[in-house]
Design a protein around this ligand. Structure first.
Ligand SMILES: NC(=O)c1ccc[n+]([C@@H]2O[C@H](COP(=O)([O-])OP(=O)(O)OC[C@H]3O[C@@H](n4cnc5c(N)ncnc54)[C@H](OP(=O)(O)O)[C@@H]3O)[C@@H](O)[C@H]2O)c1
Length: 283
């Protein structure tokens, strides 16, 4: 418990001092999909800045291996929780278990996600419904659960993994692209609702990035991954962490990606659709 005298002393400090101290204080980040790929690299960024972690994914061995390496290198505490976010009741179970243990979440990183390449007529509807559950429903549900406490503290950062895929339709990967458009739209909307509350929301929009994503989605031989520039997960995470801390609303790593998003705004939509579809073709 913080005594009344300390609280009074703290509130007498100039705003700048309070902001600096609060940014330096040890905090806790909840990262979904923190066991590998971009999520693991984001976990290392938080740990390198001294923050404790809660990592969530399905595979407990990979989670524990990641936690062991991070704890050994950065000396922060890492809690691992094995959970399938395709289960609709996973977000409240996660929230209840952290609340019961008194864990305060200062940074919420909704990173877990996956894709499924192929034409819509051929793809597996169960995997696509799971994709919407993981990429969209779990993301909004976790945000709904953790946001009120952040607002009460007038402080918090939410980082949602969108994608360059959010800016156009994706023939050959339709549900994934649509799910990321949802994440971008939702993130921008609540970022605006939350302005001046002390809580920020950042949609991170990477282009193709080295990870297990493409292999799992069955798109590793697509032109997008064989002919476009593929970023390292570490670079994407470093950029995402910095932009989240600044409170940037839409964070697109890489000049080429930023220019592409601008060009898509003025190009005819049918042309953008055609090119996006060609990028999903196998090279
Ligand atoms: N790589 C890219 O090119 C790229 C580009 C733009 C955006 N993104 C986005 O970045 C995010 C991270 O992807 P990544 O590239 O790092 O992929 P990744 O290497 O496949 O990692 C995905 C992470 O999410 C977890 N996950 C997947 N399904 C889950 C589920 N049902 N329940 C709980 N956890 C689950 C995985 O662990 P388990 O399998 O053990 O559950 C893993 O930790 C995703 O949202 C993706 O859409 C990726």
């Amino acid at each position: 418990m913080v005594s009344k005298a300390i609280r009074a002393e703290w509130s007498n400090q100039p705003l700048q001092t309070r902001v600096i101290f609060s940014l330096m204080a040890k905090k806790t980040a909840l990262i979904t999909g923190g066991s590998m790929g971009i999520g693991l690299e984001l976990a290392k960024q938080f740990a390198a800045h001294g923050h404790d972690l809660v990592l969530v994914a399905r595979n407990i061995d990979q989670l524990e291996a990641a936690a062991g390496k991070i704890e050994g290198k950065y000396g922060v505490s890492v809690r691992t929780i094995s959970m399938d976010l395709a289960d609709a009741d996973a977000p409240p179970r996660l929230f209840d278990s952290l609340t019961a243990d008194g864990v305060q979440i200062d940074f919420l990183v909704n990173n877990a996600g996956f894709g499924l390449g192929g034409e819509f007529v051929d793809t597996d509807i169960d995997r696509e419904l799971d994709m919407i559950q993981v990429n969209c429903s779990a993301l909004i549900h976790l945000t709904k659960l953790f946001l009120p406490a952040m607002l009460k503290r007038k402080e918090g950062r939410i980082l949602n993994l969108a994608s360059l895929a959010a800016f156009q339709a994706g023939p050959g990967h339709s549900i994934y692209y649509a799910s990321k458009a949802f994440v971008l739209s939702f993130s921008e909307a609540i970022a605006e609702e939350l302005r001046r509350t002390g809580v920020t929301v950042t949609a991170l929009c990477p282009g193709p990035t080295e990870s297990n994503f493409a292999e799992r989605a069955g798109t590793s031989r697509s032109r997008l991954f064989t002919q476009a520039k593929v970023a390292s997960a570490e670079d994407v995470a470093r950029f995402g962490y910095a932009e989240m801390m600044k409170g940037t609303r839409v964070a697109i790593p890489g000049m080429q990606n930023k220019l592409m998003v601008q060009a898509q705004r003025i190009a005819p939509r049918i042309l953008v659709n055609r090119i996006a579809g060609r990028m999903q073709d196998k090279s």
